[in-house]
Design a protein around this ligand. Structure first.
Ligand code: SF4
Length: 206
C-alpha cells in the first residue's frame, strides 16, 4: 500500500512544485486563475494539522467561510465539528480540512467544472504535502470528482474505496444534513466506521 501511495502521488502531482507549506500558501493566496477571485472576500486555503493522516474535502466556501477565510465555520461547520468530536477528531489537532475550490461561488452555486479544473492543482499540492492515508469527501461535488463521476452519496456513503493506496470515503455534506436531518444517523454511522478504519490503518491520529 505504501508503494501504491507513492505511485498515486507521483501520478496525481506530476506538476507539483512545492516543497513547503509557506510557499504554497503564499502563492495560493494570490491566485487569480478563475473568475471566482473577482467576488471573493477571502480565499479559503484550508485548516488543520499539516501532518494529518486524514483529510476532509468539501465543495467550496459559503458566505461565512468567505467572510472568515476558514472552511466550515457556519451552521454546517458547527454540525461537522459535532460529528468530528463524536469520533475524537478535531480540526485543530488531528485532521486537515480543505475544499474543491478555494473561493466562494456566487450565491453558493456549485463550482463549475472549469473552476474545479483551475483550482484542483492547489488541492493536489496540499495532498502531496500531507500524504493522507484516508480522504473523506464531504458531499457530491468532491466525491464525484475524487472517487467516481457517478458517485451517489445517498447510496454509496460510508464505503471505503481504495485508489492509488489512499482510502476514500464519501459522506453527506453538513449543509445537506441541515436540510435533511433524517440523514444524520446515517452520517454518524459513517463517522463511526471512519473511526474504526483510522484505528486500523493510521499510526498517530489517535
Ligand atoms: S477558486 Fe481556486 S483557481 Fe479560482 S481564483 Fe480561487 S484559488 Fe484560484
Amino acid at each position: 500500500m505504501q508503494k501504491n501511495r507513492k505511485r498515486y502521488f507521483q501520478k496525481e502531482v506530476k506538476t507539483a512544485m512545492y516543497e513547503n507549506w509557506e510557499q504554497l500558501k503564499a502563492d495560493c493566496m494570490q491566485c487569480r486563475k478563475c473568475s471566482l477571485c473577482e467576488t471573493r472576500t477571502n480565499l479559503v486555503f484550508g485548516v488543520g494539522n499539516e501532518n494529518a493522516e486524514v483529510m476532509f474535502i468539501g465543495e467550496g466556501p459559503g458566505q461565512n467561510e468567505d467572510l472568515q477565510g476558514e472552511p466550515f465555520v457556519g451552521r454546517g461547520g458547527k454540525l461537522l465539528d459535532k460529528f468530528l468530536e463524536a469520533v475524537d477528531l478535531d480540526r485543530k489537532k488531528n485532521i486537515y480540512i480543505a475544499n474543491m475550490v478555494k473561493c466562494r461561488p456566487p450565491q453558493n452555486r456549485d463550482p463549475l467544472p472549469e473552476e474545479q479544473d483551475q483550482c484542483i492543482q492547489w488541492l493536489r499540492e496540499q495532498t502531496k504535502l500531507i500524504q493522507p492515508k484516508i480522504i473523506v469527501c464531504l458531499g457530491r461535488i468532491s466525491a464525484q470528482r475524487l472517487i467516481s463521476k457517478d458517485f451517489k452519496v445517498t447510496q454509496q456513503h460510508g464505503q471505503f474505496i481504495e485508489k492509488g493506496g489512499i482510502l476514500f470515503m464519501g459522506t453527506f455534506h453538513p449543509a445537506a444534513l441541515l436540510r435533511n436531518p433524517n440523514q444524520k444517523p446515517d452520517a454518524l454511522e459513517d463517522f463511526l466506521a471512519l473511526r474504526e478504519k483510522i484505528k486500523e490503518i493510521c499510526t498517530h491520529t489517535y
